[in-house]
Design a binder for this molecule. Sequence first.
Ligand code: HEM
Length: 351
Amino acid sequence: MSGPSRVERLPRVTGYDAVRAAGRDFERYSSLHQGDEDVRTYRQLPLESDPPLHSALRAFLVPFFSKGSLAPFQLGIEADARDLVAPLRSGKLEMVRGVGLPLVVRTIARLLDRPGDIEEWSSWGPSVWGDHDGRRDGAALLAFLERAVNEGAAGTGGRLFNLLASTPIAGVVLTRDQQIGVGSLLLAGGRDTVMNLIAGIAWMVAAHPTHVAALRGDVTTRTAFIEETLRLTTPLGLMERIDRGVGGGDPGQSPHVGLDFASANHDATVFTCPAELRLDRPASSPHVAFGIGPHACLGAPLARIEAHAVLHELLTIAPNGWSSTSCDAQFREVGSVKIPASFQRLVVVAG
Ligand code: HEM
């Protein structure tokens, strides 16, 4: 069993107002660092950058996540969800490797326009850092990214890698390492986060059977349920920043801190009874599960499409709900309540 990670051991910015303010204040709370030192030697971009490079990278990526770009994926994602949830008809369904993993790799293949890589990405398991008895390894991801960047340069890398190789960003074409950094984030950012959201939704429905009738009939209720699951589970609970102080000091000399999105989402001064799933939370205090400020998640609309597709299929096959028969998860304590934050395995049965 591994202990807390380096980021988990950092001092934290906690609470709704402080986290929202810090997330917006990129001049004080810089993202100019490189994480995951055990598995990579490049920055994941645009995540680990500050303006002006960050703004230019983000402007390049935004069109890939626009409504118009994602709309053509919707039917395909719904068909994938139908196919993956279908085994529930004949008994039980495993939500992590059985539904979440295949759905996210198929979805990322659509986004990157690389359908031929689905099998390779699936073989890494739930994390891009692989399945090695608890040890992380960046070699398989890097080998893939080297290949994709070469193919991008040759114009055969799929839409995103082709454009990355040829588009001036802030006036210059990205270096090879920067292209690798963008590809790495797109492969990693929407993988275990979405898998945990999908398992989290299945777990929450099983834990709150009284909501099933409302969920069955009403898309607005489903939206509220998915957003409450995002708040409660906060799949990406902690992100690193460099606290440059009020005057914006040298990032190389400044302390690193954790931006605690989970604590913000469970702040009792903002969310009454924060450990409870409530579908009528006021819209005036949105959760920060997708972050806040300039780095707020680009993939949020895509994650929401995937979540709705799976919930719809589960409710179609099991209109009276389901129960969980086996759950292997890491739980986060909210007050006296334990809420799952990440899942290794979740088995559900209908009825
Ligand atoms: C439930 C699913 C997801 C959750 C909870 C989540 C959460 C987050 C959070 C909290 C951040 C902000 C990080 C920070 O402030 O340092 C972020 C950024 C980001 N996410 Fe997501 N994410 C999800 C899905 C996705 C998907 C599906 C994609 C794309 C395939 C994606 C791509 C990104 C990118 C590119 C950024 C960096 C944005 C920037 O730095 O400007 N995410 N995500």
